[in-house]
Ligand binder design. Structure first.
Ligand code: F6R
Length: 259
């Protein structure tokens, strides 16, 4: 894993946008997360689209997850959220922005179909990830199988509480079920780009990077992936003990790729 500790969210957004831009320029398939963490990266990519002509016209995008039971028009579905925060402001065709169908009558079939559609698209080239304070990625809560596929999951009460801020602070309005890419699905993306900010992520980041690979910290599976970039601010890095491994500078030789 490459661990990049940055001064602030703006620096993280620039580095993350640099990485995503390289894939977008080649018309690659992007894996998108919702939540507050990637918002700055999306804003930076929108800025590059508007001011520097960065095009996403040849890209496809796949979301990580969706609430179950919210109608598609609901402003808090991830279907709507990603459009509002990112894809409506760039030149990707709306039909190329895919998400799990949280309204499906047969959720098991819909989940399998979603995995199949990712495969048909040739897989995800770069997957943007946030991390839950309990170490979840997507909505794979602790004890999720590390080889799981897209399926329905029940949210942990802490995650429901964390997400209540998007539902007028009212936990009773937060759906308790989600359809999420499994950890096995997420692992198939060729490059995982995880961002984390703030002290409430410090424990999860430490467990992900320095703890054992364990279903108790689903994000720790990133240790088993060949191409991972983790970008964290100082507060989210505060629980890391072995910073000597992350702080060294890579000599910049021609053809050496940092990320
Ligand atoms: C969102 C997702 C979640 C979030 C995580 C962090 O699509 O899959 O894993 O990335 O809950 O949420 P924020 O960024 O709001 O702290």
């Amino acid at each position: 894993m490459e661990i990049v500790i940055v001064e602030n969210k703006a620096e993280a957004a620039t580095i993350a946008a640099d990485i995503v831009e390289a894939y977008a320029r080649e018309g690659k398939t992007l894996g998108l997360a919702t939540g507050s963490t990637p918002v700055g990266t999306y804003q930076e990519l929108i800025r590059r689209h508007r001011e520097a002509g960065l095009s996403f016209a040849d890209c496809q995008a796949f979301l990580l997850d969706e609430y179950v039971g919210l109608p598609r028009e609901h402003e808090q579905t991830y279907y709507q959220t990603i459009r509002r925060e990112f894809t409506a402001h760039i030149d990707i065709e709306d039909a190329k922005v895919h998400s799990p169908d949280g309204t499906a009558e047969h959720p098991g079939e819909a989940a399998r179909a979603y995995d199949a559609s990712i495969k048909r698209a040739g897989g995800v080239d770069v997957q943007i990830l946030g991390i839950g304070s309990d170490g979840h990625i997507g909505f794979n809560e602790p004890t999720s199988s590390l080889v799981s596929r897209t399926r329905i999951k029940t949210l942990h009460p802490d995650t429901v509480r964390d997400n209540a801020r998007f539902f007028d602070g009212d936990e009773s309005k937060v759906p308790h079920h989600v359809m999420t890419q499994g950890i096995g699905t997420i692992r198939e993306a060729r490059h995982l780009l995880l961002l984390a900010f703030g002290e409430n992520k410090a424990e999860a980041v430490a467990a992900m990077v320095e703890g054992p690979v364990s279903a108790m910290c689903p994000a720790s599976v990133l240790q088993m992936h060949e191409h991972v970039t983790v970008i964290v601010d100082q507060a989210a890095a505060a629980g890391l003990e072995h910073t000597q491994y992350y702080a060294y500078a890579l000599e910049n030789k021609p053809g050496w790729q940092r990320f």
